[in-house]
Design a protein around this ligand. Structure first.
Ligand SMILES: NC(=O)c1ccc[n+]([C@@H]2O[C@H](COP(=O)([O-])OP(=O)(O)OC[C@H]3O[C@@H](n4cnc5c(N)ncnc54)[C@H](O)[C@@H]3O)[C@@H](O)[C@H]2O)c1
Length: 449
């Protein structure tokens, strides 16, 4: 029997997709196909039809290929290509826009979409500077829409459990840790060859762990002094970002003296009010051999006053070998939690995982704002969804600050001035770059971070 409060209305959200590359294929495509097949239902907003209405990309070739392959798995969609593809997509009429272009092109597409009054979901990293982040956040407030970022690692069950333990006070006071994420050479050599010039693997993948650290250990909002969680005690994190430094290597993807990086070691330091500090090292690369046993090597370790947490995102217990197929086409140590395709016990083929769930969550948030109650209370619902710090752009400040600092330090290193450090919220400004041998400080961002 249907409960008294069930919402039986049917609503529709038209989605626009900007960028149809690897991540579209891995996570957005399975989500849109699933939503097309089954709809999305929640008692508070009712039955939701989500339709991929329009896509925008550079050449349009992948859209043509996808349309052909998808057959009836998706409703007909319009494809726009070329320099003004995003504008055409917006003019076509969509309610929400997903931006999955290369990271140095997120800002422009996201800005246009928000200005057109669309809810926006941006792939990580959201944008590359705090100036851009401020603009998107201000525009989202002005146009009363959501602006959110995809950080799917927060949805990994192991990371959710780490966060739960920390908020519940089982792990107390994080002091330091390391994270590593190594991508295969095929990423830098072929997948991203078109846009890799001047880029680095830190911006591309360290952001996953920057966000994990900043969110997991910085979100002690709601934790009472006895370690129990009390949402009514919501308060800002009790630590602050203090310093960022990094180092990088070149010579494989591009020349040893150029500005395209093979690997990056980043260190971020936070300060607690009592003078103690916490520091984290994040190592990234996109030149690991393609015959590596897992697609990406991902590992973390965090040390607390009273414990240690170590997690391996690919060695989760499965190890397999198939003659002539591993580790090329199939991997020896696969991660089935992120995004796996399965034959369910009931005979159905499925593709599921936290990489897909996190996209569904965004559409649920949009549906909550638009449909989960009377229009007069929309502003309140919008505010509630904005308050979700795991994905709102307003809560992405530290992550973007670290990316901006890392890129500025690498730019200096490429000019022959290595070993820079960026000071956060010091007397000279919000983000201030200092390099040995230079007396003057460069202010990257003047307001407080
Ligand atoms: N969440 C994750 O784990 C994850 C994994 C991979 C990539 N990403 C992110 O997704 C984004 C895209 O990565 P990818 O691997 O899909 O890249 P890709 O190179 O495979 O695809 C990029 C797509 O963007 C399109 N494009 C480029 N410039 C455009 C423009 N100005 N307007 C419209 N379309 C444009 C291209 O035509 C292509 O379809 C990046 O921000 C990346 O960091 C996230």
């Amino acid at each position: 029997m249907i409960g008294m409060n069930a919402n039986l209305s049917t609503h529709k959200l038209r989605a626009g997709m900007v960028g149809m590359g690897m991540i579209f294929d891995e996570t957005y495509r399975p989500f849109f196909e699933q939503a097309h097949r089954e709809g999305v239902y929640r008692r508070d907003f009712g039955l939701l039809d989500i339709e991929l209405s329009a896509v925008a990309s550079r050449t349009g070739s992948r859209a043509v290929k996808y349309r052909k392959e998808a057959g009836g798995k998706i409703a007909p969609f319009v494809s726009f290509a070329g320099a003004d593809a995003s504008q055409k997509l917006l003019a076509h009429g969509v309610d929400a826009v997903c931006v999955a272009t290369p990271d140095d092109r997120h800002f422009e597409s996201a800005r246009l979409a928000i200005e057109a009054g669309k809810h926006v979901l941006i792939e990580k990293p959201s944008v590359l500077t705090l100036q851009e982040l401020d603009t998107l956040d201000q525009l989202a407030r002005k146009h009363n829409v959501l602006a959110k970022v995809v950080y799917h690692k927060l949805g990994d069950p192991d990371h959710k459990k780490l966060h739960t333990h920390y908020v519940d006070g089982n792990f107390q006071h994080v002091n330091n840790g390391y994270c590593t994420l190594l991508e295969p050479k095929s990423i830098s050599g072929s997948q991203f060859a078109e846009w890799i010039q001047g880029r680095n693997p830190g911006t591309y993948v360290a952001v996953h762990y920057i966000k994990l650290i900043d969110f997991t250990f910085g979100s002690l909002a709601g934790r009472a002094s006895d370690g129990k969680t009390d949402p009514s005690l919501a308060r800002p994190a009790n630590w602050r970002l203090a310093r960022i430094t990094c180092n990088g290597q070149r010579g494989i993807v591009g020349p040893a003296s150029g500005n395209t990086w093979d690997s990056v070691q980043l260190q971020i330091t936070y300060a607690y009010p009592d003078g103690r500090e916490a520091a984290f090292d994040i190592h990234t690369s996109w030149v690991t051999p393609d015959n590596f046993p897992g697609y990406v090597d991902q590992e973390v370790q965090f040390r607390f006053d009273n414990g240690v947490w170590t997690a391996h995102q690919r060695k989760r217990g499965v190890e397999m070998t198939i003659e002539k197929r591993t580790p090329g086409e199939l991997k020896i140590t696969p991660n089935h939690h992120y995004n796996g395709s399965f034959l369910e016990p009931w005979g159905e083929r499925s593709q599921r995982g936290y990489g897909i769930e996190i996209i569904r969550k965004f559409f649920e948030e949009v549906a909550y704002v638009e449909f989960a109650g009377p229009p007069a209370l929309r502003a309140e619902r919008l505010q509630t969804m904005r308050g979700l710090t795991y994905n709102d752009v307003s809560a992405d400040r530290n992550t973007v600050a670290i990316v901006q600092a890392m890129e500025a330090i690498l730019e200096r290193q490429a000019k022959g001035e290595p070993a820079g450090v960026v000071e956060v919220n010091g007397s000279r400004g919000g983000l201030v770059l200092l390099t040995p041998g230079r007396t003057e400080a460069a202010v990257l961002y003047a307001p407080r971070v």
